[in-house]
Design a protein. Structure first.
Length: 226
């Protein structure tokens, strides 16, 4: 049996054409993609040859930031400090964002799950409003807007006009998630990345250049929170 280091996880794929390593920036591991018909010995040898590259990529990841008392996190472009107020008699965790302070009143020793749920609801509302505004500008309709914890894409547009986004966009500045929304809405008209698509994306995004640059330069940093 071939043993691999803990930062590598096997992922068998019937569709892949070659052995590949894909970084999961949330779990901080590499998925070793093994196509059908490729032996584990060959796949392991490939991974071994990429060990130095993997270590460099892992070392370059920004440190994790937990949702703990006193931690400062960006929320919709504003630096916000988490302040946890422990109240043992409280039955429901209550969270309020006010003047750069995320007040968390809770009876839980670890309210991080509740904080994450609060942030997901916040960014979903923001993205839903932006999506409907931009869709109206091109005369299209959408069936739904959802948020998920995606690892490889910031947004997606399905064949039934459902838009889905990464909830971690809540940590991005407004021009960045505005660009992501413009990108997905533009796909309602152009199911490709043609010049017409990019032109429409630029028309729909208020700060297209700034948003696109920010996501390209800093997108991976969003995975560090929580």
């Amino acid at each position: 049996m071939i043993e691999l280091p803990p930062h590598i996880q096997i992922k068998h794929s019937a569709r892949a054409r070659r052995v590949a390593l894909r970084l999961d920036p949330i779990e901080r591991v590499f998925h070793l993609v093994v196509p059908k018909g490729v032996s584990m010995r060959k796949a392991a040898a490939f991974a071994e040859g990429q060990e130095r590259w993997m270590q460099e990529k892992l070392s370059a990841l920004p440190p994790k930031v937990s949702f703990a008392h006193g931690t400062i996190i960006p929320i919709l472009g504003q630096r916000s400090e988490i302040r946890v107020h422990y109240e043992p008699d409280l039955k429901v965790t209550k969270i309020l964002l006010e003047d750069g302070i995320l007040h968390v009143r809770t009876n839980k020793d670890d309210p991080s799950g509740r904080i994450e749920r609060f942030l997901k609801a916040m960014i979903k509302d923001e993205l839903s409003i932006l999506s409907h505004e931009k869709v109206a500008r091109i005369g299209k309709t959408i069936s739904s807007v959802s948020v998920r914890d995606t690892k490889s894409r910031w947004g997606s547009c399905s064949s039934d006009n459902a838009l889905s986004y990464s909830w971690r966009l809540v940590f991005a500045p407004p021009e960045a998630f505005d660009y992501v929304v413009a990108h997905e809405v533009a796909h309602l008209r152009h199911l490709n990345h043609s010049k017409q698509f990019w032109d429409l994306c630029a028309q729909l995004s208020d700060q297209y250049d700034e948003g696109k640059y920010w996501m390209k330069a800093h997108g991976n940093e969003l995975m560090r929170y929580g």
